[in-house]
Design a protein around this ligand. Structure first.
Ligand code: CP
Length: 320
């Protein structure tokens, strides 16, 4: 694997999931594979899970992991080709990228979208400029439109649940929009849709209020409905996530609290397990009663971030 930016960089999702689960059973089986190698974790915005789980994963493979909070500690980077740098940016990615490539064997980047200009965000300029100029394999820790390590973790977690308690039918997986107080990126929802569609082993439904349609390039293959109750009927897994509008980009149109998942709505499901990538706004996106119930997978999911990251780092370290 030369890069990990989206599901398109993965040959076989189930094999990668199996590798992650094998690390969960025996974290140190490849503890010497990364000896003498260094991974750089560059953050342009905050993180708890992605930052720490990727460091733990790298250490499990014997790699040295160095975190750099670019947004707080680095020079302000310029990403536009041909920019006249007379404003606030101090260093061009054309100069910083090759330098970072000298220090690290793998470069991991975390960025967010601006949520102001859809064309810019969906062009993935930041991560693509790192790929262009770093000269070493690049792993996405979340980009403007996708969060592939999160999605790999999510499928790993679903697989783990299905292995522990097999179903007699194809799992029904529902991605439901939830209210939030701030406009959030579409990354997690886009990425989850992209991976579940590519995985092809679920009856996949997306439900959201009108005006919250996601980009078709990620959702194609899923059933899409504005009727949350109909979507939840018979669900085995419910993935809860807020996102801002895609068409009239980056807005909150409505924040109808009735979209928050409750125990009452859960009665429509097939004793569904509830997923969320975290951080979560309690009693806005998801109620305490759900998050604190045995149906909740959120802690298991977050723990599994280590094994997903370890599987991907191993693939990148051993790529021909
Ligand atoms: N889910 C996730 O990416 O969490 P962090 O923002 O804490 O990394």
């Amino acid at each position: 694997m030369k890069q990990f930016i989206s599901v398109h960089d993965v040959n076989n999702i189930n094999e990668l999931v199996a590798k992650g689960l094998s690390y969960k059973a025996a974290p140190l089986i490849h503890q010497h594979v990364g000896a003498g190698k260094r991974v750089g974790l560059l953050f342009l915005n905050p993180s708890l899970r992605t930052r720490l789980s990727t460091q733990v994963a790298a250490r499990n493979l014997g790699m040295e992991a160095i975190v750099f909070n670019v947004d707080k500690e680095g020079w302000a980077l310029e990403f536009e080709e041909g920019a006249i740098m007379s404003g606030n940016t101090v260093e061009h990615i054309k100069d910083a990228g090759p330098v970072l490539g000298q220090y690290f064997d793998i470069l991991c980047i975390r960025t967010f979208p601006s949520l102001k200009n859809r064309e810019d965000d969906y062009s993935e300029m930041f991560i693509n400029q790192f790929i262009k100029y770093a000269g070493v394999p690049v792993l996405s820790l979340e980009s403007a439109t996708l969060h592939p390590l999160q999605s790999l973790t999510d499928i790993l977690t679903i697989t783990e649940c299905l292995q522990a308690k097999p179903l007699l039918h194809k799992p029904r997986i529902v991605l439901t929009w939830a209210p939030h107080v701030k406009p959030l990126p579409q990354c997690v929802a886009n990425s989850f849709a992209q991976w579940v569609n590519a995985w092809g082993e679920a009856d996949f439904v997306i439900t959201h209020p009108q005006d919250y349609e996601l980009a078709e390039q990620f959702t194609k293959g899923a059933t899409i409905t504005h009727d949350q109750d109909a979507a939840l009927e018979g669900a085995d897994f419910v993935y809860v996530k807020n996102w801002s509008t895609y068409q009239d980009y980056g807005k909150i149109y409505e924040n109808d609290p009735s979209w928050m998942l409750t125990e009452e709505k859960m009665r429509l499901t097939n004793l569904a397990r509830v997923m969320h990538c975290l951080p979560v706004r309690r009693n806005v996106e998801l109620s305490d009663e759900i998050l604190d119930s045995t149906n909740s997978l959120v802690t298991q999911q977050a723990g599994n971030r280590v094994w997903a990251a370890q599987a991907v780092l191993h693939e990148m370290l051993t790529a021909q």
